[in-house]
Ligand binder design. Structure first.
Ligand SMILES: Cc1cc2nc3c(=O)[nH]c(=O)nc-3n(C[C@H](O)[C@H](O)[C@H](O)COP(=O)(O)OP(=O)(O)OC[C@H]3O[C@@H](n4cnc5c(N)ncnc54)[C@H](O)[C@@H]3O)c2cc1C
Length: 418
């Protein structure tokens, strides 16, 4: 006989999306059960780069957390910007905050997911959160009384949790999306990434700018080097799965080839050592604004396909969607409404209002990468023009300015040097 538990909300997955939801549900005083099949600390294949959006959600949850993070120097490394290297090898340095004052905290950071996700996990215990680890959800069943029952084993004990609402925070290929919505990933919207941890990579930026190298053979994907704490670097490649299939690309070979033979990269790995095996995972990109809710469920993070199609950022969007999911749940509990129409308005609406334009712009940017000559042109001009370089920096932080990337007049001005 299974043990039965009734609650208001069930969250499946305790990565950034699930942890974000739980932290904000606790702030709202809403009882919930959060379940993960892993035992924390657990790893997640990732570039380990956290943007200002991650910092925003953490600061809003608790202003002390970012201070805590930046005080743990061996776990978290402040990062002040991005270096984008065009297909011709020319680099554009993009500070996250071009008008930064001395002493101002960094807008972003890098940290191994083994550390970061555990940091979030340790914030979960509260009188409102019942937490299960090592608990693989195997079935999700809709009941006649408009509740949902989620089942898993905890050691030898079978457990069934029932609630009017479940949150799918179970990542790429999670069970919640499959059960509640069906498969919706098209290959166009999917990237595959590989990650390896290296020590001894040289030539890293003194303010820990993360590096995206848009190598011609990977476009519209890229090779990355992210400086990490303790002299480490997270090194990887990401490429559209559609391209991998159509060009029969061996991604691991491409990554190792860049490290060994690319003239802009190889000398920096002359004395570098791979300290862990190279591992891969998928990135469900937010190129179509898919439904993220329905009767009795919400989807967050990778389960909702929210990875930025240009930068590959998914942690910030996972946390942000978790926060907005909790806000929507607060309304749902208050109104006692868990139907599709209510949840669409309470969750999909605000989520895409905040992230929709950004995702659309990033999709356009990703498509622009099909024209390497344009990328090269911008990099060449930005190298000669501090003014253009600064404009591009602001374009990364200001969404309205980023619209310029979509305008032919922006490129015409660069082309004709106006
Ligand atoms: C190679 C690569 C590089 C990346 N680089 C970056 C980067 O530098 N910066 C960035 O912001 N993003 C990056 N991303 C994207 C980022 O990793 C994801 O967007 C992010 O992890 C999404 O968080 P999440 O909470 O939605 O899912 P996850 O982090 O995947 O968490 C899902 C959780 O659900 C649990 N779960 C799954 N199924 C079940 C089940 N049946 N029962 C119970 N629990 C379950 C899992 O154990 C897991 O803990 C990268 C991704 C890849 C693959």
């Amino acid at each position: 006989m299974a043990k039965s538990i009734d609650t208001k909300v069930i969250i499946i997955g305790a990565g950034p999306a699930g942890a974000g939801t739980s932290i904000y549900l606790t702030k709202a005083g809403i009882p919930h059960v959060i379940i993960d099949k892993a035992v924390f600390p657990r790893d997640k294949v990732c570039g380990d780069g956290c943007s200002g959006k991650t910092a925003f959600v953490l600061r809003k949850a608790n202003p002390d957390w970012l201070k805590e993070i930046f005080s743990r120097e061996t776990d978290f490394m402040p990062s002040h910007g991005i270096i984008m290297v065009a297909p011709n090898g020319r680099a554009i340095n993009i500070p996250y905050n071009p008008s930064r004052q001395p002493g101002e905290t960094a807008p972003g950071f890098t940290t191994p997911r083994m550390v970061f996700d555990n940091y979030l996990f340790e914030k979960l215990p509260s009188p409102y959160a019942t937490i299960y680890q090592d608990a693989n959800v195997k079935t999700i069943v809709r009941n006649a009384d408009k509740t949902v029952t989620v089942s898993f084993m905890q050691g030898d004990e079978a457990i069934e949790v029932t609630a009017p609402l479940i949150v799918g925070a179970d990542g790429d290929k999670g069970i919640t999306r499959r059960t509640m919505l069906g498969e919706h990933f098209s290959h166009k919207a999917y990237t595959v990434g590989l990650r390896g941890y290296y020590e001894g990579v040289t030539g890293l930026h003194q303010e820990n700018f993360i590096e995206l190298h848009f190598l011609p053979e990977l476009l519209p994907g890229y090779f990355w080097i992210f400086p990490m704490p303790n002299g480490m670097a997270n090194v990887g490649v990401g490429i559209l799965s559609e391209r991998i299939r159509s060009k029969k690309i061996n991604l691991r070979e491409k990554m190792l080839d860049a490290i060994k033979n690319n003239p802009n990269i190889s000398h920096r790995f002359a004395n570098a050592k791979l300290v862990d095996k190279i591992q891969g995972w998928g990135l469900p990109m937010g190129v179509e604004l898919l439904p993220v809710s329905g009767d009795n469920f919400l989807l967050t993070g990778d389960a909702a396909s929210l990875v930025d199609p240009f930068s590959g950022e998914g942690i910030g969007n996972a946390l942000y969607s978790g926060m907005l999911a909790a806000y929507a749940i607060e309304k749902a509990v208050h109104e006692n409404r868990y139907d599709a129409a209510f949840l669409k308005e309470a969750y999909d609406g605000p989520l895409y209002k905040r992230l929709g334009n950004e995702l659309k712009l990033s999709t356009s940017l990703q498509r622009l990468c099909r024209f390497p000559w344009l990328f090269n042109l911008i990099a060449n001009k930005a190298n000669k023009s501090p003014e253009l370089s600064k404009t591009i920096s602001f374009m990364f932080t200001d969404l309205n300015l980023r619209e310029l990337f979509k305008k032919p007049s922006f490129y015409a001005k660069i082309l004709f040097n106006r």
